[in-house]
Ligand binder design. Sequence first.
Ligand SMILES: Nc1ncnc2c1ncn2[C@@H]1O[C@H](COP(=O)(O)OP(=O)(O)OP(=O)(O)O)[C@@H](O)[C@H]1O
Ligand SMILES: [Mg+2]
Length: 397
Amino acid sequence: MGSCCSVRIRADHSPRRDGLSSRFVSVDGKDTSSRRSSSSMPLTPRNEGEILDSSNLKSFGFNDLRIATRNFRPDSVLGEGGFGCVFKGWIDEHTFKAAKPGTGTVIAVKRLNQEGFQGHKEWLTEINYLGQLYHPNLVKLLGYCLEDEHRLLVYEFMPRGSLENHLFRRTSYFQPLSWNLRMKVALGAAKGLAYLHSPEAKVIYRDFKSSNILLDTNYNAKLSDFGLAKDGPMDGKSHVSTRVMGTYGYAAPEYMATGHLTARSDVYSFGVVLLEMLTGRRVLDKNRPHGEQNLIEWARPYLASKRRVLRVMDARLEGQYSPSGALRAATLAIKCLALEPKHRPTMDDVVKALEQLQEMGSVKTEEAQKHRRARDEDSSSRKMASYPRPSVSPILA
Ligand SMILES: Nc1ncnc2c1ncn2[C@@H]1O[C@H](COP(=O)(O)OP(=O)(O)OP(=O)(O)O)[C@@H](O)[C@H]1O
Ligand SMILES: [Mg+2]
């Protein structure tokens, strides 16, 4: 099935021409990040054997996954990333053996392109992190397959696919998300990132983007793809030094320039995705006119002005948000996109701000309902008033 897949990590520094996001890695930089000592943290075991043994994941046989996905049939493809293709499959929930399509548990199987070391490293990093981190806003990794040259990952199936598809795909299957759903997804994804940054996990995600936010039936957001995740800085250190890897448009400018990675780099990427949600535009889009291809550059001057901010909002959201709600969300996005990392909020701050926005939204909805009821009552009484009534009219003598 290799033909459907493109290379995920790119060694060049040029964005893709089709306007879709592209992954990159610096060509010369070395990854100099240090691991936390094994005594201080349970998250990063030392070698491949330890990682595979220490995780609570199921080791799948290649043949089972082949049968579960109906021989990796093209019509089972759920999506394609630089890492490889993702297929839909069915397994028996007790035996984990392949099941008949439509029976048992639905799974998503990511099959790594057979392109050597870099992919293997990401595959292992994904197992290392997702094998040990559990949170309602992180996608569940059920298991993996390591057999000969085959590297696969088996996830819970996310029925509504990625946020990217909902925001940017123009098909009847992916309807544009409403304002309320966008805010719900933003909050869920923010909670996932806040958990990663918490002292409990202490992880920098490094690849926050709309295609890595997956949605369940109820539009609960879950982060996927931990192939680039890193342990956060140890006490006393402000950052981790890494070679620059990530996705054009989403990576924070200071990280791109220096390779210094902090949790605030993830906050910048969150700001990018929030802006994509508000505007309905991709962060980089070569198909737009000059001056509009880079979303951040185009939107920044509008976001700074209370008067102009509504002009950049997704036209498909018209009538669904209150101007003050839109303004608050846009203000949060600008804060996350601050060029100076220390001026960015923490993910905990972001979660609080989005929760307030939701509360404000529900108050607004109640207010709107009250207002509507009052208006309806008023109009029905006006309707009554419009019936002919005996009126006191001057009796002309
Ligand atoms: N667990 C899942 N359930 C349902 N669909 C999924 C699941 N995992 C991935 N997908 C679909 O497959 C697509 C490809 O995912 P993948 O993570 O391989 O690449 P990507 O995130 O789009 O790009 P990149 O490789 O640059 O990160 C996703 O965008 C999503 O639509
Ligand atoms: Mg992904």
